[in-house]
Structure formats: structure tokens, C-alpha cells
Design a binder for this molecule. Structure first.
Ligand code: BYC
Length: 474
């Protein structure tokens, strides 16, 4: 599975043997580059960035680090190795050979899934484009750019599938990926969270912790797909995703660490004193956490979804770790517990498992989210500070699904619109919180130096010291 880097588009899919496809992708490439220049990281085209580039899909294929100007990054097309004799693991086609071509009857559903996945990738780059201006350190700036170029590559991955397997309408969808934009009132991105602004680094770390984690779960479900090229693409994308969540988890951890240090120094937990000392008080952090978690929960779709059921039954999108689950993989008569609003209460109901496929994935996601909170809480405890972070209730602040029309407090009580209006400022970031966090965002670009509100990382990148010049400006 070696990658051919001598071609204009590096790939391990034998692109040069398919001249039509190669030409089509080469025609899309300049549009992508134009998009990167206009909506990629602002003002950063000339920087030399210490980036990691994949040179093969093997585990050691990552060890390739060096200074790269982002527009010269080798965006390419990489699929994980094919699995000999792979069969479809779930749904009506269980046991049949995995599809190497798009099955005609599922063409539009499959295209929709690929377009929705693909749309999120450039969206996140657009959302993060101004952050470079206010980086807390060169280390963080480099990680931001690493994530940005990888999201760009994930777009390439989906565009490849559209071009290679969906003919003319696939090419049109690939063009449209560069025409919708995050937060654009006329042509927004498809999913809610990808139209929210990422105005500062606190939002960014929480986005990479919570929203990239949705990426992990969605990609893992698509990696089970009966459509083999999609499964193989997503398997490789997942290896890149892990680093994005690492950046989020450690970023939040370092903020907590710094705040706790100052709390101890000043012997106070008063938010105004901590803010005056240039750190983010923990209740503010909890409000931002509540926001990013709840908009990320929405990304799983409705609790009961016929789309989800159809994607599963037709073998297009599986469950998390589908092949490790011990059941019939068809779910004909199975049920799944789902929380639903009933009057002024939230009750648990057994629902057909097929309809609850999205909800089940959300359940898996919630468990995973909690793990990071446990680690953050340990850090707080280590400093002797009396506070714990909690995930708000899954019904809190939802815009999609059964809880979209009701108000639920973070601890899971159904509340009236009046109570919501009175309390929301304690539960979600206020304009003042945003203004305060924004006021901290002063760029720090001297090697090894950190902004006041964040502790240094435990170690540098790829064996380099924290003082290493991870980004060189010109
Ligand atoms: N916002 O039956 P429903 C990532 C729409 S993140 C707006 O409930 P379905 C990344 C839905 O499209 C991973 N609209 O759900 C992270 C549908 O519309 P249509 C991205 C929403 O269809 C960080 C209607 O509501 N990948 O990779 O089973 C940085 C009814 O939908 C939302 C994927 O999402 C929303 N939040 O499931 C970079 C995987 N939720 O079709 C990257 C592919 C639902 O009736 N996508 N709707 O017009 C999917 O599997 C599904 O589309 C969803 C929704 C899970 C998103």
C-alpha cells in the first residue's frame, strides 16, 4: 500500500491508472487550493509549520515530520488496506461480499451520508480560520494547523469517493463542498454545530474534545459500511482523528491546571479575582463545556430515526464496533431504552432498536465523553480544589430530536420557559463570558512561552522540546 508521491495528487488508489478520474480530481484541486487560500488559516500561507505528513497507511507511515508551508502540504487519497474476503456485517445483506461499487438502489442514501460527512471537514477549517491570530503558544499554533491540514485531507477523502463512484452528481456535490460555508446565512454547512463560530481557543479546545469525538463515532460507524471504499477511507481517517481529540483533552486539562495553580496561589475561588489574575474560572469553563457538549449531542440526529434504521438495515452505516457486538446484527425484534419527554417528566421507554440506532451511538459517545471529564476532575482534586465538572443531562439545550421543544436543566429537570430564561446565564456562556475569554486571547509567539491562562504541555511534539520553534513566521 505504498503511496505514490510523485503524482500531483499523492494516493494509494492507483489514480494514474484511471485517467478520467485523475483528470476530474486534478480539475477540482485548484478550486480546493483557492478555497484554502480564501478560507483556510488566515494570514498563514507563508508560515513554515512543523507538520506530520502520512507517507503510508501503515502504523509507521506517520513518522514523517518536517517544516511545510501549508499550501504545499501533500493532501492525498489514502485508503486502509483491503480486507481479503470482507463481508457485510449487519442488516439485510449480512454475510454478502462487501460492495466494491455503489449498489444502485442505495446510491442516493450513500451519497447523502458521504456528503454530510465531507461537509463537516472544510466547515471546521472555516470555523477555526482566525484562531492563528491569537495562539497561546507556538506549540498550540502548530497543533491547530496540523488539525486544519488533516481536515482538509478528510475532505479530499470524501471528494475522492464522490468523484470515483458517483459520476456527474458526485462531481457536483464535490463542488458544492467548497460553496457552502460555516455560518453563511444563504449557504450554511449541513449540520448545526458546523455553523457555530469558534471565536477563541477555549471554544476550540472544547470543539476538538466534543465535536471531533462525534467525528470519531460517526467515522467508526461508517468504517463498518458494506460499501468497502467508504469503510476503508474512514478507517484511515480515524487514525488522524485521535490526535484531534488529544489536542482537545490536553488543551482543556492545561487550562484547568493553570486555573487551579492560580486558585491555590491566591487562595480563592472567586471568579472575579481569578479573572483579574488572567485565568478562566472553573464555572465559566463548565458553561462552555455545557454548550459544546449539547451542540455535539445534536450531531447524532433524532432519538428515533427512520433514516438511521434504513442506513443500518441496508448495510450502509453500522453501529460502533459492530463486529464486536454479540447479537444478530439485524435487530429485527430487539429494543433499546430511550429517554423521552412525557408531560413534565423525562421517562425511559423501550423502543425498537432499529429506530434507536442514532441514540445508541449517542450512548456510546456519552460514555466516552465522561472519561475525559474524569481525568480533568482528577487534576482538580490533585490541587485540592473542591469542584467537579459534570456532563449536563442529554436533554439539556437540544435543538434536534424530542427535547428540542422543551427546556431541561443541566441536572435533567424539565423547567418552564420562565425558569430557563432566569437561569440560562448560569448554564450557558453569556456574552460577558465570551467577552472575558476573548480578552485573554493575546497571541504568544515566542518559542516556549505560554499565555497566562494555560499551562505548558507535558511534552513537545515528536521528541522535540516545548521550546522548539514549531512555526516559523516570515
Ligand atoms: N444539524 O433522522 P435524523 C466530523 C437532519 S463530525 C442539522 O434524525 P439521521 C468532524 C438530518 O440530516 C461527524 N441537521 O438523523 C468533527 C436529516 O435531514 P434530511 C460528521 C440535522 O439522518 C470535527 C434530518 O435532520 N459525520 O467528522 O439518521 C471536525 C432528520 O435526521 C442534524 C456524520 O454526521 C444536525 N445536528 O442522522 C471535523 C456522518 N441532525 O436528510 C469533522 C454522516 C440531523 O431529512 N451523517 N439533522 O434532510 C449521518 O450519519 C447522519 O446524517 C446524521 C443524522 C447522523 C448526521
Amino acid at each position: 500500500m505504498s503511496v505514490n508521491y510523485s503524482e500531483r495528487i499523492p494516493n494509494n488508489v492507483g489514480l494514474s491508472e484511471n485517467r478520467r478520474l485523475q483528470r476530474a480530481l486534478e480539475a477540482w484541486q485548484p478550486n480546493y487550493m483557492r478555497w484554502w487560500q480564501e478560507l483556510g488559516p488566515e494570514g498563514a500561507l507563508d508560515y513554515d509549520v512543523y507538520l506530520r505528513t502520512a507517507i503510508s497507511v501503515e502504523t509507521d507511515g506517520w513518522a514523517n515530520f518536517g517544516y511545510v508551508k501549508m499550501p504545499d502540504y501533500r493532501w492525498g487519497i489514502f485508503l486502509a488496506r483491503p480486507e481479503e474476503g470482507r463481508t457485510i456485517a449487519f442488516g439485510d445483506h449480512r454475510g454478502e461480499p462487501a460492495w466494491q461499487e455503489v449498489p444502485g438502489e442505495y446510491r442516493s442514501s450513500l451519497r447523502r451520508l458521504i456528503v454530510t460527512q465531507g461537509d463537516t471537514e472544510p466547515a471546521s477549517v472555516e470555523q477555526q480560520r482566525h484562531l492563528g491570530r491569537t495562539c497561546p503558544s507556538l506549540y498550540d499554533l502548530r497543533n491547530l494547523f496540523q488539525i486544519n491540514v488533516e481536515e482538509g485531507r478528510h475532505l479530499w477523502a470524501m471528494v475522492y469517493l464522490l468523484h470515483a463512484y458517483f459520476g456527474r452528481d458526485g462531481r457536483e456535490e464535490a463542488d458544492a463542498m467548497l460553496e457552502r460555508h460555516a455560518g453563511d446565512p444563504d449557504k450554511p454547512r449541513i449540520l448545526g454545530a458546523f455553523n457555530e463560530p469558534t471565536p477563541h481557543w477555549l471554544a476550540y479546545f472544547l470543539f476538538t474534545y466534543f465535536t471531533d469525538r462525534d467525528g470519531k463515532y460517526q467515522l467508526a460507524s461508517l468504517a463498518e459500511s458494506g460499501f468497502d471504499p467508504l469503510a476503508r477511507t474512514c478507517q484511515f481517517m480515524l487514525t488522524e482523528e485521535a490526535h484531534h481529540m488529544f489536542v482537545g483533552e490536553t488543551g482543556v486539562m492545561r487550562i484547568i491546571q493553570r486555573t487551579c495553580e492560580v486558585m491555590r496561589e491566591l487562595q480563592t475561588d472567586a471568579p472575579e479575582r481569578l479573572r483579574a489574575a488572567g485565568v478562566i474560572d472553573l464555572p465559566t469553563l463548565q458553561r462552555f463545556l455545557n454548550f459544546h457538549y449539547s451542540v455535539s449531542l445534536d450531531l447524532f440526529g433524532q432519538e428515533l430515526s427512520t433514516n438511521g434504521a434504513t442506513y443500518f438495515t441496508t448495510g450502509l452505516k453500522g453501529r460502533y464496533h459492530e463486529t464486536r457486538i454479540a447479537d444478530d446484527h439485524c435487530l429485527a425484534n430487539a429494543t433499546w431504552p430511550v429517554l423521552v419527554p412525557q408531560g413534565s417528566a423525562i421517562v425511559r421507554e423501550e423502543q425498537p432498536a432499529l429506530l434507536a440506532i442514532n441514540e445508541r451511538l449517542r450512548d456510546d459517545y456519552i460514555v466516552d465523553c465522561q472519561r475525559g471529564l474524569n481525568r480533568w476532575n482528577k487534576e482538580i482534586e490533585k490541587h485540592g480544589v473542591d469542584m467537579v465538572f459534570n456532563l449536563p443531562h442529554r436533554a439539556f439545550h437540544r435543538r434536534i430530536g424530542m427535547f428540542a421543544d422543551v427546556h431541561v436543566s443541566p441536572d435533567g429537570r424539565m423547567v418552564t420557559a420562565d425558569e430557563w430564561a432566569r437561569q440560562a446565564h448560569q448554564w450557558l456562556p453569556t456574552p460577558e463570558d465570551h467577552a472575558f475569554v476573548a480578552s485573554l486571547m493575546q497571541p504568544v509567539t515566542a518559542p516556549g512561552k505560554m499565555a497566562s491562562w494555560i499551562a505548558p504541555p507535558a511534552r513537545g511534539i515528536h521528541g522535540k522540546s516545548i521550546e522548539y520553534e514549531y512555526v516559523r513566521f516570515h
